[in-house]
Structure formats: structure tokens, C-alpha cells
Design a protein. Structure first.
Length: 201
């Protein structure tokens, strides 16, 4: 059984020895003349390869073709479309993904040593987590306290930064564990907390 499998493997193998004889090609078998592989097939393969080479030469992209594609792209998209699309993606998706992937902030105060007085809880953990973010439109506050929408032209003429306020929902939890291992959790929600400004395009 093993001899049969070995012989069959050599017939389909790449570059294997054929039954102890000469080197076979792509699974070549011995022909009537005692050789391996015929010359006629090789000539046909050479002709096919030459034809493929001619086809590749005809389909080769020239420098003029490349510039035509580039010019068509910028005529449709403009010079800054890529930057604007990248900024929109950052504002609409990436910022929220960064917040969602960020770990909660945990603060574990060290136990205070007060002689003659036992702490009310054996362990206290403060945990802060961030939720949905909100980006408002650029606003400006006048000298009289009135708030109005800021437009790019006004920002440029008045030398103001064209930026928008950024808000985020904050959840604050306090987890306290008593000496009897009983846990008490207090949760406080702070919606739309101002955390800074972002350049607006």
C-alpha cells in the first residue's frame, strides 16, 4: 500500500524523481522515446508567454493616464475634501469610540489611621465613567453677556478661534464596603458636562 501511494505522489509532485529515474517536470511521465516531457509542449508554452507579454505591454498604464485620473479626482473632490472628510469622521465617530474604549477612572482612598476611632466603612471606591459626547455649534459671548452663533467670517475678522464647546455625560459611583462585607453603592449622573473646546471645520 505504501509503495502505491509513493508512486502516485511522484506522478503529481513538482520536480520529483520518477521511480528512481531522471528528474520529472510538473508531474511528467516517461514518453515513448524514454524521455520526460516533450519539446512540442514547451514551444507552445513559449508562444503563450510571448502573447501574454505583448498583452501586458498593450495594457500598461502610462504617466498620462495616471495624471488624467488624478486631475479628475481633484476636479470632483477639490484640494481639501480629504481633510474635511477625515475631520468629519473624527467628530462623528472616532471621538465617541475613544471615550467608549477608555477605562473608568477609579480612585481608592487609603485608610486613615485614627486612634480610638473605627472607620465607618472598611473600603471605599470612587469610580468615574464617561458616556455620550456632544459637540455644539461655535458660539461667542458679547460684552453685554449675550450669546450668539459664531460664523467663520466673524471669527476671522474679530481674531477669534472658530471652536465649538464639547460636552460629555459623566457617571459618578461611590462603592462602600462595610466591616460586615455589606456593600453600599451611590450613583450620581451629571449630563452634558463641559470638558473643553474643539476646532470646528
Amino acid at each position: 500500500m505504501e509503495d502505491d501511494e509513493y508512486e502516485e505522489g511522484m506522478e503529481v509532485g513538482y520536480g520529483g524523481h520518477h521511480r528512481g529515474g531522471g528528474h520529472g517536470g510538473y508531474g511528467a511521465e516517461e514518453d515513448d522515446e524514454g524521455g520526460y516531457g516533450g519539446g512540442g509542449d514547451g514551444d507552445e508554452m513559449d508562444e503563450d508567454m510571448e502573447g501574454d507579454g505583448d498583452l501586458r505591454d498593450e495594457e500598461e498604464i502610462t504617466q498620462e493616464d495616471a495624471w488624467a485620473v488624478i486631475s479628475a479626482y481633484f476636479e470632483e473632490k477639490g484640494l481639501v475634501r480629504q481633510q474635511l472628510d477625515s475631520f468629519d469622521e473624527f467628530i462623528q465617530n472616532t471621538m465617541q469610540e475613544i471615550v467608549d474604549e477608555s477605562a473608568d477612572i477609579e480612585i481608592r482612598p487609603e485608610s486613615q489611621h485614627n486612634p480610638g476611632r473605627q472607620a465607618e466603612f472598611a473600603e471605599t471606591l470612587h469610580k468615574i465613567s464617561f458616556g455620550q459626547i456632544y459637540l455644539s455649534k461655535p458660539m461667542m459671548t458679547e460684552a453685554d453677556g449675550e450669546t450668539a452663533t459664531l460664523f467663520p467670517k466673524s471669527a476671522r475678522l474679530r481674531n477669534l478661534t472658530y471652536s465649538a464647546p464639547l460636552y460629555v455625560d459623566v457617571s459618578y459611583r461611590v462603592m462602600k464596603k462595610g466591616h460586615d462585607c455589606e456593600e453600599v453603592t451611590e450613583t450620581m449622573e451629571y449630563p452634558k458636562v463641559f470638558i473643553g473646546k474643539v476646532l470646528y471645520l
